[in-house]
Design a protein around this ligand. Structure first.
Ligand code: TMP
Ligand code: ASP
Length: 255
């Protein structure tokens, strides 16, 4: 095990100091929480699967010009990333009604939305991540108008790309949550995609059966959480090396 400085520990990930200035190491834990961490479990192997799925998606997004923080995956649980100044927003993009939009607006789960809808939530667990508007975001200086425009445009590109990518493997992208951060280049700053994209942060339904293949299996006690995440990875064609790893038990990961 390497000894290094822990900078931040979140609910599902840990950030360590990186090997060079401007870099960090993002470690994926097996810890799983829902409803502001009032529901908790350790799902063995989840961190390994999410690390791999997120790497795959971020790499593909970089390939179509969506800049993101991933530099490279280092091992089973860790990736080397660029250090960013996190914008305190959860950016949710929805194609089909589910979860909080269904309860908030009374739209039955599974109803296709007339168009993709982007919502912003202020990242503050104590306040239960409230829905906010662009007025709040600019008034409180969480992001500038130009940054919001960039975030909206990038989020729609991510949605189009992921919708196609998942649809090709028989999965419907119902919604997802992403986060952005700022990087500074001289006098300028730029917004890039950060955090992770995995079954923890998306709603993914089997296109034929509508079976849920995401964290709602945990939130709603549907069982087979890891099996479903594994199925997503398998369909994306990135699971060849994983089953033995999971069967063999995963303890640390840092190497
Ligand atoms: P919601 O329907 O609960 O607002 O969730 C929308 C999407 O955002 C869904 O794919 C789950 C994801 N999400 C997170 O990744 N983290 C969160 O804290 C919440 C509330 C939702
Ligand atoms: N509320 C988040 C979720 O359900 C996680 C959490 O807050 O612990 O995805």
């Amino acid at each position: 095990m390497t000894r290094r400085k822990k900078l931040y520990e979140g609910k599902a990930k840990i950030l360590y100091e990186g090997p060079e200035p401007g870099t960090l190491i993002q470690y994926f834990k097996d810890d799983t929480t829902a409803f502001d961490a009032t529901k908790k479990a350790v799902l063995e192997g989840k961190g390994v699967i999410n690390n791999r799925i997120s790497e795959f998606i971020m790499t593909r997004l970089a390939g179509i010009g969506v800049q993101n923080h991933l530099i490279k995956r280092l091992n089973l649980r860790e990736q080397l990333i660029r250090e960013v100044e996190i914008i305190p927003l959860e950016v949710v993009c929805r194609n089909i009604a589910a979860g909080s939009i269904s309860t908030r607006l009374g739209i039955p789960e599974g109803t296709p939305l007339p168009r993709s809808i982007i919502e912003f939530f202020y990242k503050k667990d104590e306040l239960h991540d409230p829905l906010v508007t662009e007025e709040h975001i600019t008034a409180f200086n969480w992001a500038a108008t130009q940054e919001i425009d960039d975030i909206l445009a990038m989020t729609l590109r991510v949605n189009d790309f992921l919708t196609g990518m998942f649809s090709a493997v028989g999965i419907t992208l119902v919604d997802f949550k992403i986060e952005y951060g700022r990087i500074y280049e001289g006098d300028f700053s730029r917004v890039i995609l950060a955090d992770e994209i995995s079954p923890d942060s998306c709603r993914l339904w089997d296109s034929t059966t509508n079976e849920k293949l995401d964290k709602d299996r945990f939130r709603r006690d549907l069982g087979n959480v890891i099996e479903s995440y594994t199925e997503v990875a398998r369909r994306l064609g990135i699971m060849k090396e994983m089953p033995t790893v999971i069967q063999g038990g995963i303890t640390g990961g840092a190497s």
